[in-house]
Design a protein around this ligand. Structure first.
Ligand code: G3D
Ligand code: MG
Length: 190
């Protein structure tokens, strides 16, 4: 094969998790806009969306994004939901304090079910409400927690779009870096 060979397109499974009504589906809709195919997976009851993004000039990856949908409560389904995930967005709601501690449980459950450590971003969503209701969750506490867990922390608004694209891009960058490391490691070993 010469230089003309077309590279196979990378694709990653990404999961979006967190307590109910924090805005997971809204974030996904905001990110995907109208360029989405919605396939409802009856078997496991999750929404599955696909989007190809250009994460660097001329570099594309396809994201298969799994939204846990209304199945948050059915813990026995979580294992198959997590299977094969290569990146995660872990969401809480900046307007409801309880969702911050619930989100921590989601992150630790994910860590117990996903075999390898996968790039994860903690998202505080509904930042558009802060001017109205004030900063009810201490940002430095969230940042400290995120750092301890090795995650980036980003505040988003699915409503006005703030930082939504950024969150997915940051996650993609981390996943491609991780993939690059895995590839070079396997080359060293062979
Ligand atoms: P979920 O998928 O995590 O369960 P949804 O959450 O995306 O269904 O959103 C739950 C509710 O929060 C929805 O309101 C939605 O409009 C609202 N929401 C989602 N993201 C934002 C945001 O960034 N800002 C604000 N202000 N609201 C948001 P309803 O009233 O339809 O239940
Ligand atoms: Mg939802």
């Amino acid at each position: 094969m010469g230089n003309n060979s077309t590279a196979t397109q990378l694709s990653f499974k990404v999961i979006i998790i967190g307590p109910g009504a924090v805005g997971k589906t809204s974030l996904l809709n905001r990110f995907i806009h109208n360029e989405f195919t919605l396939k409802y997976k009856l078997t496991i009851g999750v929404d599955f969306l696909t989007k190809t993004i250009e994460y660097a000039p001329e570099k594309f990856v396809k994201l298969h994004i799994w939204d846990i949908g209304g199945q948050e409560k059915f813990k026995f389904l979580h294992r198959s939901f997590y299977e094969g995930a290569f990146g995660a967005l872990v969401v809480f709601d900046l307007s409801r304090h309880q969702t911050f501690s619930n989100m921590k449980e989601w992150l630790s459950e994910m860590r117990s079910l996903v075999i390898n450590d996968i790039p994860s971003i903690i998202i505080g969503n509904k930042s558009d409400l802060i001017p109205e209701i004030g900063q009810i969750i201490d940002r430095s506490e969230v940042e400290e927690y995120a750092k301890k867990e090795g995650c980036l922390y980003i505040e988003t608004s699915a409503k006005n779009g703030d930082n939504v694209e950024k969150a997915f891009l940051e996650l993609t960058t981390r996943m491609t870096k991780k993939m690059g490391k895995l590839v070079s490691k396997s080359k060293e070993e062979s």
